[in-house]
Design a protein around this ligand. Structure first.
Ligand code: PLZ
Length: 446
C-alpha cells in the first residue's frame, strides 16, 4: 500500500529512469573530459534548482536531501543571495582584497565576529573553501602559540589539501597514495557514544591522557575538532566531551579550533553546533552554508590570536571575493529573516521519530541520531554493531532511482545522512523520507 503510494507520487516527478538518457549522454562526454578522480554521487546532470527540487537534463525533478553537502541551507537560489550577487556582479567582480579592498569583505567579517559564539573581541579572515579555512586556523594557532603539534580525532574530516589530508582520518578515498603528509599531526580517540559506551567526561579523559602521554600539554598548538563529525559518520560526541577538551586547551595554552564547516549556519538548529554545549571556541572555521553556494570560507576568533600573524601572513587571490561576500551577506540575511535555525529544529522533530520507528520495525539500523537538519541512520547487520556498508549503498541507490538525493558517510560507509535545505517544504521532506523508508523496508526483508 505504502509502496504504491510512493511510486505514484514519484512517477509524477520523474519522466525517465534516473539518470535518464540526456544525463547518460552527458556522463559519456564527461568521462573523456573530466579527470576520473572526481566522483559524483548521482550523475543526473542538473539544469536548474529551486524550492528543494533539482531539475535534471531529462526533465526529472529530484528531491534534494543533501544540499550539495550542507551548502544550500537557504535553498538553491534564495532571492536575497541571487539579488545581491547580481547587483555585485554588475558593479565589479574582483579587485583582490589584498590589492584594493572593498566594503563587502569587512561587512562579512563584522557579521561573523558578531554571530560566532562568545562576546570577546574577534577578528575574521576570508578564504574560498573549508580546507583552506581549517589550514589557516592551524597556521594562526602555530604563530600565536609558537608551538607546532596539532591534535585531531578518529573519524575526523577536515579537507583534501596536504595539511588537511593529514588532519583527516580516513585513508580511501581521501589520502590513499597522496602522501607524504604534513608532520606534527597527532590523532586521538574521540567520543562515539553508540560504540564506545563512554560518557563525554570519560571519552575526554581518554583523549587527554593520550595527548599528554604522546606530546605533553605544552607542545600542543591546536586541538582541531568538528563539534559533530560530518564525513566520519555524523557522530555527535557525548555531552561534556567538547567542553572538557575546551577546558583542557585553556588550561594548557592550546588553541581550541572548532571546524564548523559542515555544522555551521543553522544546520543543527543553532547558528553553530558548539552552542549546544555552551562551548566558546578560540577559533572557528566556517565555509559551506555561509554563502548559499558561492565559494566563501572564514576563520573567526580571538583578536589576540588572529592578530598574532603579521600583515601579509594570511591571504590568497580570491579569498573573500566580492561576489562571494555579497552571497554570504544575502545568505545570512535569509537565515535571520526566515528563522532557519528554528526550521532546522522542526526538520529534526519531524524526521527523527520516523527514523526511530523505522529502526524499530526493520532491525537493520543500529543508531539514529542527529541535531536539527543534520540527521543520520547507521546501518548494521541485524542484532550486532557490525557496520553494513552494502545495505547502505543499496538503500542509497534505491533512493536515487526514486529521484531522492541522499548521501552516505562514515568511516565504514554505513551511514545514510540527511542534510535537506532548511527551506525544504514539508511535503517534499515527507516524500523524500518515504522513499528512504520504502527502500529500507525492502532491503530489510530481502
Ligand atoms: N571540514 C567538517 O565537512 C567538507 C567534503 C566532500 P571544503 N566536507 C565535504 C569531499 O568528498 O570532498 C569539509 C567538512 C569539514 C572541512 C571540509 C572541507 O571543506 O570546502 O570541501 O574544502
Amino acid at each position: 500500500m505504502l509502496r504504491r503510494m510512493t511510486a505514484t507520487t514519484t512517477s509524477s516527478r520523474l519522466r525517465t529512469e534516473v539518470p535518464g538518457p540526456e544525463s547518460r549522454a552527458l556522463h559519456q562526454r564527461r568521462t573523456s573530459a573530466v579527470a576520473a578522480g572526481v566522483g559524483s554521487v548521482l550523475p543526473a546532470y542538473v539544469t536548474s534548482a529551486n524550492g528543494g527540487l533539482l531539475t535534471d537534463a531529462d526533465g526529472n525533478t529530484l528531491i534534494d536531501l543533501g544540499s550539495g553537502i550542507a551548502v544550500t541551507n537557504v535553498g538553491h537560489a534564495a532571492p536575497a543571495v541571487v539579488e545581491r550577487v547580481r547587483e555585485q556582479a554588475e558593479r565589479f567582480t574582483h579587485t583582490c582584497f589584498m590589492v584594493t579592498p572593498y566594503e563587502g569583505y569587512v561587512e562579512v567579517c563584522e557579521t561573523l565576529n558578531q554571530l560566532t559564539p562568545g562576546d570577546h573581541e574577534k577578528r575574521s579572515v576570508l578564504f574560498n573553501s573549508g580546507a583552506e579555512a581549517v589550514e589557516n586556523a592551524v597556521k594562526i594557532a602555530r604563530v600565536a602559540t609558537g608551538r607546532q603539534a596539532v591534535v585531531v580525532f578518529d573519524h575526523a574530516y577536515h579537507g583534501r589539501t596536504n595539511l588537511t589530508m593529514a588532519l583527516t582520518a580516513k585513508s580511501v578515498p581521501y589520502k590513499h597514495g597522496f602522501g607524504p603528509f604534513a608532520p606534527e599531526v597527532y590523532r586521538v580517540p574521540g567520543s562515539y557514544p553508540c560504540h564506545d559506551g563512554l560518557t563525554g567526561e570519560q571519552a575526554a579523559a581518554a583523549a587527554i591522557d593520550r595527548i599528554e602521554k604522546q606530546l605533553g600539554g605544552d607542545s600542543v598548538a591546536a586541538v582541531v575538532i568538528e563539534p559533530i563529525q560530518g564525513e566520519g559518520g555524523f557522530i555527535e560526541p557525548a555531552p561534556g566531551f567538547l567542553s572538557a577538551l575546551s577546558r583542557w586547551c585553556t588550561a594548557n595554552g592550546a588553541v581550541f579550533v572548532a571546524d564548523e564547516v559542515q555544522t555551521g549556519f543553522c544546520r543543527t538548529g543553532a547558528w553553530f553546533a558548539c552552542e549546544h554545549e555552551d562551548v566558546v571556541p578560540d577559533l572557528v572555521a566556517t565555509a559551506k552554508g555561509i554563502a548559499g553556494g558561492l565559494p566563501l570560507a572564514a576563520v573567526t576568533g580571538r583578536a589576540e590570536l588572529m592578530d598574532a600573524v603579521p600583515p601579509g601572513g594570511l591571504g590568497g587571490t580570491y579569498g573573500g571575493n566580492p561576489i562571494a561576500c555579497a552571497a554570504g551577506l544575502g545568505a545570512i540575511e535569509t537565515m535571520r529573516t526566515e528563522n532557519l535555525a528554528d526550521a532546522a529544529r522542526s526538520i529534526g522533530d519531524m524526521v527523527l521519530p520516523r527514523l526511530r520507528a523505522l529502526a524499530e520495525e526493520t532491525g537493520v539500523i543500529g543508531d539514529v541520531r542527529g541535531r536539527g537538519a543534520m540527521l543520520a541512520v547507521e546501518f548494521v547487520r541485524p542484532g550486532t554493531h557490525e557496520p553494513d556498508p552494502d545495505i547502505t549503498k543499496r538503500i542509497a541507490t534505491a533512493c536515487h532511482a526514486a529521484g531522492v538525493v541522499v548521501l552516505t558517510c562514515g568511516t565504514y560507509g554505513n551511514v545514510v545522512r540527511l542534510l535537506p535545505p532548511l527551506t525544504l517544504p514539508a511535503d517534499l521532506l515527507d516524500e523524500g523520507l518515504s522513499a528512504l523508508e520504502t527502500a529500507t523496508r525492502e532491503e530489510a526483508t530481502r
